[in-house]
Design a protein around this ligand. Structure first.
Ligand code: GDP
Ligand code: MN
Length: 357
């Protein structure tokens, strides 16, 4: 899940990273405690607020109320804010880009930087990037190289600290991404996180009772792996779900998602999963691999039949079912003309054939 800017900044701050002094306004009557000029920022879970008019600099008392009112009423990419962040206005000398993220391809962390941060970052090409070990990376080297890249040699130690704090922060909070854009160098040469976006790993929610954010983690164990993937996967039990994803890769397919439907899977929760799956633009097959235990195979079969009837654009299903109530499930699926495969391997090769055809 994506956190709001003020939630992300609170996490940065507790990780020892400098952020502007801010107050949160939750109604049009609230008053910022900063002295003018103040920057007012709409707290919506999307970027591009600057370009959409969601960031307003207020110079005096006279223009404060109208600006607050305007921001509360402004919809940005379908989102209306329920709060605004008021911050002291910084005097900006440079706007840089810096992020640390989990890189699935290399199975490590990646630090990404650009000398040109701020609202135009999407136009940038050729970001600089460094692999960052999950355990004991060489912060000394990273700090030095980042300082050279930004041409900020006098800030090398500070950048080293920043990378180290980001690294600790990402691991401790089970974040998938921490993006600081812009990373600001002020006129008086301070390094401050001007804006921040943090994406937390929903699958880790169970070990973070402190996650009390405006957005809630998704309640199923549905994780997007590659939004451009060509197959979706559904399995029960985390181990079987992981094995299914791995086997799909091995068969030359690109899994879009990981889904452990768990023990309590029912028609409703499966339908929800199918509705998420059809949003992936390239998925051409769905692999269902269920070893029924607490989840009963006939319940899964009923969900599959319901999905097939209710979602006309559902890609072809390749299903392997085993375990509790298998016979009942087979009969139900037979009657509905939905074929079963006897092994996962058969599902995968049939899916691959269908996609390549
Ligand atoms: P985003 O457009 O949603 O990424 O919102 P940001 O928080 O990154 O703000 C967009 C832009 O507003 C920044 O790139 C800055 O140029 C500008 N901005 C934000 N805060 C300040 C500030 O304190 N001082 C100044 N001068 N500009 C700011
Ligand atoms: Mn930004």
């Amino acid at each position: 899940m994506n956190l709001l800017e003020h939630e992300s900044k609170a996490i940065l701050k507790s990780a020892g990273i400098s952020t502007p002094k801010g107050t949160l306004l939750t109604s049009t009557e609230d008053t910022p405690t900063q002295s003018f000029p103040i920057v007012l920022k709409s707290q919506v879970p999307t970027g591009g607020r600057g370009k959409a008019g969601g960031v307003i600099v207020v110079d005096s008392e006279a223009t404060l109320r109208p600006a607050i009112k305007k921001l509360f009423e402004l919809t940005i990419k379908d989102f209306r804010p329920s709060s605004l962040l008021a911050e002291e206005k910084l005097s900006i000398a440079r706007e840089l880009y810096l992020s640390l993220l989990v890189d699935r391809k290399t199975a490590s962390l990646k630090l990404i930087a650009h000398t040109n941060g701020g609202v135009e970052v999407e136009e940038n090409k050729e970001f600089a990037s460094w692999l960052v070990e999950y355990v004991r990376p060489d912060f000394d080297m990273l700090g030095q190289e980042l300082a050279n890249y930004y041409d900020l040699q006098e800030h090398a130690f500070e950048l080293q600290d920043l990378i180290q704090n980001l690294h600790t922060c990402l691991k401790k909070n089970d974040a998938l991404l921490i993006e600081i854009n812009p990373l600001i160098i002020t006129e008086d040469n301070q390094l401050i996180a001007g804006d921040c976006k943090i994406t937390l790993d929903d699958a880790a929610a169970f070990r973070h009772p402190e996650w009390q954010f405006e957005t809630k983690p998704t309640e199923t164990n549905f994780v997007t792996i590659d939004p451009q993937g060509n197959v979706a996967t559904i399995a029960n039990g985390a181990g079987l779900a992981m094995a299914t994803v791995d086997a799909a890769y091995d068969a030359g397919l690109i899994p879009a998602n990981f889904l452990d439907i768990g023990g309590g899977a029912n028609t409703e929760s499966l339908l929800k999963a199918f509705h998420k799956i059809i949003k992936y633009p390239n998925v051409q097959a769905i692999i269902i691999n269920v070893f029924a235990g607490i989840t009963q195979a006939d319940e899964v079969a009923r969900a599959i039949i319901a999905a097939n009837e209710q979602i006309p654009q559902l890609p072809p299903l390749f299903i392997r079912l085993a375990g509790t109530n298998y016979e009942a499930a087979r009969l139900l699926l037979d009657t509905a003309n939905i074929p079963l495969k006897s092994t996962l391997k058969e599902c995968l090769s049939a899916a691959k054939e269908a996609i390549d055809a």
